[in-house]
Design a protein. Structure first.
Lengths: 361, 259
C-alpha cells in the first residue's frame, strides 16, 4: 500500500513522474489466487450438490465469482495494472479450459465405450459371417493402413516436389498459378475429392468400380495441398545464407537443394507429412464412395472393395441390424483404434522432429 | 594458386536499378585488397560480382568485364559454378551448415560435390584447412560435434576453413569480422596475413583500422546521393590512401568527417 503518491483512481504508471514512484508496491498474500480459486470452486460444488443446480451454471458462477473477487481484491491492494493482469490471466485460462472441454469429453466417451471390445478377437478377426456379437476389425485396420500408405506414397513426392519448385525455382505466372490452385485444393470438401476419384476410376474401369487405389487417390487429393503447404513453409525457413554458402563452394543448385536445403528442413517436413497423414487417415466420405465396404479381408488395393476404420465405424453405427449393442461396441472400438493411431502418428511426428533437428551440441 | 583480377568498366544492376557504376581496378595476387566506404555504396554488390554470386538475385546483371589471369569471368561459355570453384567467399554472418559436424563443414566443398577422397586424405585436408584457419587446436577433440555449437568467432574461422579447403585462387570476404569480438577479430586478421602468402584476398570492411592493418591496397567506394549508383572513388596503396589520398572525398571519409 505504498503507492501513496497517487490518488487511488489513477494508474500510477501513467500519471506519476517516473522519479517519484516508490519501488515497492502492495502485493496480495502468497497463494491468494489459488486459494480464491479453490474457494470459488467449493462454492460451486456446494451449489451443485446441496442446492441441486445444474453443473453448467454452477461452474460458470464459480468462475465469475473468482474473477470478480480476485479483480476487486487485487485492485484494492495491488493497483489497477496488476488487477488487469490478473483479470486477463483468468480470462485466458478460462478460454483454454473451454477449448479443452470438448476434447476431453470426446476422448472420455470414446475410451470408455471403445475399450469394451478391446479383446484379441477384435484385432485378429474380420466380419466374415458375423451376424451377432463378436467379429473384428482386422480387415478395416489393414485397409486403413494400406489406403493411407498408398495415399502417402502418392502425395509426398508430388507435394514435396511442388513445394521445392515453388520455393527454389518458381517465378512468375506459373508459380502464382500453382500457389493459387494449391490454395483452392486446400478448401476442397472431402466428398468432392471422393467423387473426383470415383469418376476418374469409372472412366478407367467402368461404372460401379470400388477399389482401395481409388480411395488412395481421393485421399491424395486432400493430402497433396497440405504437404505442399507445410513443406513450403519449412523450405522458406531455411536461411538464404546457407544456400549462398553452398553456391560459394561451387555446389550446383540441384545439389544445394538436395544436400543442404532439404536436410536442414527435414525435421519440419517430416512432421508436416506425419500430420498430413493424421489429417486424412480419419476421412470417411471419400472412402465410402471409392473404396466401399466389405466384411472380409481384402489387401489388394487394385481389386475390389476395401474397408477402412472410419467407414467401418460409420456402417456399424448407421445400420446396426438386430444385435445393435454389439454393432455399437464395434463402432466405438474402431473409433478408439483410429484415435490411437492418430495419437501415435503425432508422437512419431515429435520424435522425428527431435531426431532430425539440427543439433548444436 | 593466387591469380590477378582485372575489372574493367563494370556496371552492376539489380533489375533496372544501377547499383554500382564504372568500376575499374586491378586486384593483385598474393595480396590483401580492402574495400571501404559508407553503407549502401555497393561494396558487397561489387564483391559478389567477382565470383558471380550477384546473379543469384533475380534479374540482377552486370555490364563490363572481369578478367582473371586472361579468363573473362563473364565470357560466353563460362559456367558460374566453375568460377566459384576458383573464387571462394566468406560472408558477414558466419553460416556453417547446421546439419553437419565441424569435420563435415570443412569437407563440405568436396562432399557436396560428391568428390570422393580416401579417408586419410580427407582427414589430412580437414586438418590442414583447420590449421590454416587457426582453429585446429580449439576443435581437434570435437571434430564430429555440430559446427553450430562453436562460438561466433570460431564459426567464422570454420567458414574460412571451409572456403579454403577447396583450394580456391581467390578468397572474398564480406565484413568477416563485423559480428565478432576484438579477440576473434585479431585471430582472423592474423589469419588473413598468413593466407595472403598463397591466396588473393579481397575484403570488405567497415573498420578502417582493420583496412590499414591488413591490406596492401585499399579501394574507397562512395555514392553521390540516395538512389545514385555507387562508384569507386580511388584505389591505391593502403599507406597512400591513409596518408595522402588524392581525392577530397576519401580524405573526408577516412578522417571521419562523414559516413
Ligand atoms: N538483393 C538486392 N536487390 C535489390 N537491390 C539491392 C540488393 N542488395 C543490395 N541492393 C542495393 O544495392 C545498393 C548497394 O548495396 P550493398 O552492396 O549491400 O552496399 P554495401 O555492402 O556497400 O553496404 C544499395 O542501394 C542496396 O539497396
Ligand atoms: Mg555490405
Amino acid at each position: 500500500m505504498s503507492t501513496s503518491l497517487t490518488t487511488p483512481q489513477q494508474d500510477p504508471d501513467l500519471n506519476t513522474p517516473l522519479g517519484g514512484v516508490s519501488l515497492t508496491a502492495g502485493q496480495l498474500p502468497r497463494g491468494a489466487a489459488p486459494t480464491t480459486l479453490v474457494a470459488a470452486g467449493l462454492a460451486g460444488l456446494l451449489l451443485w450438490f446441496l442446492a441441486d443446480w445444474d453443473i453448467v451454471p454452477c461452474a460458470l458462477l464459480a468462475a465469475a465469482a473468482y474473477v470478480v473477487i480476485i479483480y476487486t481484491w487485487s485492485r484494492a491492494v495491488e493497483g489497477p495494472r496488476k488487477a488487469t493482469d490478473r483479470f486477463v490471466t483468468a480470462a485466458v485460462s478460462g478460454a483454454f479450459l473451454l477449448a479443452l472441454l470438448p476434447l476431453v469429453s470426446v476422448i472420455f466417451t470414446v475410451v470408455s465405450r471403445g475399450v469394451v471390445r478391446f479383446d484379441s478377437e477384435f484385432f485378429t478377426y474380420s466380419m466374415v459371417g458375423v451376424t451377432s456379437e463378436g467379429g473384428g476389425i482386422y480387415h478395416a485396420m489393414m485397409g486403413t493402413l494400406i489406403i493411407t500408405g498408398l495415399a502417402t506414397l502418392i502425395s509426398v513426392p508430388i507435394g514435396m516436389l511442388t513445394a521445392i519448385y515453388l520455393v527454389e525455382y518458381g517465378r512468375g505466372k506459373l508459380a502464382k498459378a500453382i500457389t493459387f490452385f494449391v490454395d483452392v485444393m486446400t478448401g476442397i470438401p472431402s466428398i468432392v475429392a471422393g467423387l473426383f476419384a470415383y469418376a476418374l476410376f469409372v472412366m478407367m474401369f467402368g461404372p460401379g468400380v470400388r477399389m482401395g487405389m481409388a480411395g488412395a487417390v481421393a485421399l491424395s487429393v486432400l493430402m497433396i495441398p497440405t504437404v505442399v503447404r507445410s513443406t513450403e513453409e519449412m523450405l522458406k525457413l531455411v536461411p538464404n545464407e546457407l544456400r549462398e554458402a553452398s553456391y560459394a563452394l561451387a555446389v550446383p543448385k540441384w545439389r544445394t537443394i538436395l544436400k543442404v536445403v532439404l536436410p536442414t528442413a527435414l525435421a519440419g517436413i517430416a512432421t508436416g507429412v506425419t500430420l498430413a497423414i493424421a489429417r486424412v487417415i480419419g476421412e470417411t466420405a471419400p472412402l465410402l464412395v471409392t473404396a466401399g465396404l466389405t466384411d472380409g479381408d481384402n489387401f489388394d488395393p487394385f481389386d475390389g472393395r476395401m474397408t477402412t476404420l472410419s467407414v467401418f465405424s460409420y456402417y456399424e453405427y448407421q445400420s446396426p441390424g438386430l444385435f445393435a449393442e454389439a454393432s455399437f461396441d464395434r463402432a466405438w472400438g474402431a473409433a478408439l483404434v483410429l484415435i490411437i493411431i492418430v495419437m501415435v502418428l503425432n508422437l512419431v511426428a515429435r520424435a522425428i522432429s527431435k531426431l532430425f533437428a539440427p543439433k548444436t551440441r | 594458386m593466387a591469380k590477378r583480377i582485372e575489372v574493367k568498366d563494370l556496371d552492376i544492376y539489380y533489375d533496372k536499378f544501377l547499383a554500382v557504376q564504372g568500376v575499374s581496378m586491378t586486384i593483385q595476387p598474393r595480396s590483401v585488397t580492402a574495400l571501404i566506404g559508407p553503407s549502401g555504396c555497393g561494396k558487397s554488390t561489387f564483391l559478389r560480382t567477382l565470383n558471380r554470386m550477384h546473379e543469384l538475385v533475380p534479374n540482377a546483371r552486370v555490364e563490363g568485364s572481369v578478367v582473371m589471369d586472361d579468363d573473362d569471368l563473364y565470357g560466353a561459355n563460362v559456367d558460374p559454378v566453375n568460377v566459384r570453384r576458383q573464387i571462394g567467399m566468406v560472408f558477414q554472418r558466419a553460416n556453417p551448415f547446421p546439419t553437419m559436424s565441424i569435420y563435415d563443414n570443412v569437407a563440405a566443398g568436396l562432399k557436396l560435390n560428391n568428390k570422393r577422397l580416401k579417408k586419410s586424405d580427407m582427414d589430412d585436408l580437414v586438418e590442414r584447412s583447420l590449421k590454416s584457419a587457426n582453429l585446429w587446436e580449439e576443435v581437434k577433440d570435437r571434430l564430429h560435434k555440430p559446427g553450430s555449437g562453436l562460438s561466433g568467432g570460431q564459426q567464422q574461422r570454420l567458414c574460412i576453413a571451409r572456403a579454403i579447403a577447396v583450394q580456391p585462387e581467390v578468397l572474398l570476404m564480406d565484413e568477416p569480422c563485423s559480428a565478432l569480438d576484438p579477440i576473434s577479430t585479431q585471430a582472423i586478421e592474423d589469419l588473413m596475413l598468413e593466407l595472403k602468402e598463397n591466396y588473393t584476398i579481397v575484403i570488405v570492411t567497415h573498420n578502417m583500422q582493420q583496412a590499414a592493418r591488413v591490406s596492401d591496397t585499399t579501394g574507397f567506394f562512395n555514392l553521390q546521393g540516395v538512389g545514385k549508383p555507387g562508384e569507386l572513388v580511388e584505389i591505391d596503396e593502403t599507406t597512400r590512401i591513409f596518408s595522402t589520398p588524392s581525392q577530397k572525398a576519401t580524405e573526408d571519409y577516412i578522417s571521419g568527417r562523414f559516413g
